[in-house]
Ligand binder design. Structure first.
Ligand code: P5A
Ligand code: ZN
Length: 479
């Protein structure tokens, strides 16, 4: 790649999306882009991982309409106040002006909850753990960026759960955090799990927990959020249930969501100067087979390449062969390295004669000769190593991006140099907001769950007012 990733991150990012043919952002509506086949496969693989972890914890998939009547969207006041400026409205059906205009869902609470009110009658109907995978629309006012801040989020995975008690709902938050942790681990992403400060919670929630990662330029990217809604929505949508004792109570709710952002983070964090490095978990192909031959060996080399391919396909690997005649092996190496395929399998006459292949890792470019009789085991082992190696490297990288500071000037200086700072805060909202103003940065929040992580705080002081600290916070620039 011609552009340097850390210093000119956004340019680098735009270039890689184009060159690797992932997502084309030149669609003639701002904030909307096109998934190309290669990106589509990455998106599919990510979706499979998310569905796997949601399904195995008892979440069930549903599908609601795209349009929400204005009257419903307006019911929860905090929610509509926050989303008002971001809603796309459908005002006409053909030539007819609609009596009640419809919103293109900016998120689906107000689409789903009126139906929950119809479905939920008694405690026997609870809990409900539904999710859907849909596109949502937000007329974002901040600078839009491909995959990171779009106006059409094309693969929004949103879960909406309903519970009988506050206690059970708190447990659900923990389950969601666990599920999301597993998902991001499998994407080999480094992340912080933080409870957001009150002034930055999801509109309509009691509190929000967010997963944050750090991009190569030092900016925080929120890659997923989990919200405790309490009874805020159930009270306005009249979602009540009959308790075993015969009385009625409003239900408690949570919701949580993931967009295309984790994919942006995967692309950004693991790649190097040669292009993408994809974790095997979401790479469109685990391995690409490249034949190397001169005129005489062609048939034998191609035949053996196909044999290897079929063997790997049968064992469940995603494999592609590149038999293009018009390209040299060298240019194919270069091409698939840029595309980030974890393993390159080279097959030449020597390999044919020795019933073996040569395998090259994308992450560290190590080359090994692998006998055909142990091919499947060896490929699995190499992919595991790459997967784990990427996660470890990324975790370490992120830790190095976080530095501890104890005074405001130091914080400003470190943030200016592309770091995220770890510091302490008294817990007063006014103080927190002043910290944001004075550092021209955002308070990301404090570690979740808080109770288990506050030991080291007792001896610390608030970075602004100097009073006894209550929270260890993270602070930095943000998308
Ligand atoms: C949770 C799911 C919600 O909308 N309702 C249903 C809740 N939460 S959220 O925080 O507003 O969004 C969830 C995640 O989506 C990402 N995200 C976006 N990604 C790309 N472009 C956007 N315009 C955009 N808006 C939100 C964030 O990662 C967020 O965590
Ligand atoms: Zn303070």
């Amino acid at each position: 790649m011609a552009i340097e990733k850390e210093s000119k991150f956004m340019e680098w990012f735009n270039e890689i999306l184009q060159t690797a043919e992932i997502y084309d952002y030149r669609y003639p509506i701002k904030g909307m882009g096109v998934w190309r086949p290669y990106g589509f496969l990455m998106r599919e693989n990510m979706l499979k991982i998310i569905r796997k972890y949601l399904n195995e914890t008892g979440h069930q998939e549903v599908l609601f309409p795209l349009l929400i009547p204005e009257t419903n969207l307006r019911k929860e006041s905090e929610h509509i106040t926050a989303f008002e400026e971001e809603v796309y409205w459908v005002t006409h059906g053909g030539k007819d002006k609609l009596k009640i205009k419809y919103a293109l869902r900016p998120t689906s609470e107000t689409a789903i909850y009126p139906m929950y009110a119809l479905w939920i009658r008694s405690y026997k109907d609870l809990p409900i753990k539904y999710y859907q995978v849909v596109n949502i629309f937000r007329y974002e006012t901040k600078t839009t960026r491909p995959l990171i801040r779009v106006r059409e989020v094309t693969t929004f995975k949103e879960a909406h759960t309903v519970h009988a008690t506050r206690q059970e709902t708190e447990e659900q938050i923990k389950e969601a955090v666990q599920v999301y942790s597993k998902i991001f681990d499998e994407l080999a992403l480094p992340y912080l799990v933080l409870k957001r400060p009150a002034w930055d919670k999801f509109a309509g929630s009691e509190y929000s927990v967010a997963f944050d990662t750090i991009m190569p330029n030092g900016k925080r990217l929120q890659i997923g959020t989990v919200h405790f809604l309490g009874q805020n929505f159930s009270k306005v949508f009249e979602i009540k249930y009959l308790k075993p004792d015969g009385s009625h109570e409003y239900v408690y709710q949570t919701c949580y969501g993931i967009s295309s952002r984790p994919l942006a983070a995967v692309i950004a964090i693991h790649s190097d100067e040669r292009g993408l490095i994809l974790p095997p978990s979401i790479s469109p192909y685990h391995a690409v087979i490249i034949p190397i031959y001169y005129k005489e060996g062609k048939e034998k080399v191609l035949g053996y390449s196909l044999k290897i391919k079929n063997k790997l396909l049968k064992s469940g690997f995603r494999v592609k062969e590149d038999f293009r005649e018009e390209e040299t092996p060298g240019s194919k190496f270069y091409f698939w390295e840029m595309k980030g395929i974890p393993l390159r399998i080279e097959v030449g006459m020597e390999e044919v004669n020795n019933q073996s292949v040569t395998v090259v890792r994308r992450d560290n470019r190590q080359k090994v000769r692998v006998e055909e009789n142990i091919l499947v085991t060896k490929i699995r082992e190499l992919l595991d190593k790459i997967q784990k190696g990427l996660k470890e490297k990324a975790d370490k990288w992120m830790q190095e991006k976080i530095v501890e500071v104890h005074d405001l000037r130091d914080a400003v200086e470190k943030i200016g140099r592309g770091f995220v700072v770890k510091t302490w805060w008294c817990g007063e909202e006014k103080c927190g907001r002043d910290i944001e103003d004075k550092t021209n940065a955002k308070v990301f929040g404090f570690p979740f769950p808080w109770e288990e992580k506050q030991k080291e705080t007792s001896s610390k002081k608030c970075i602004l007012c100097g009073k006894k600290a209550k929270f260890n916070i993270f602070l930095g620039k943000s998308y």
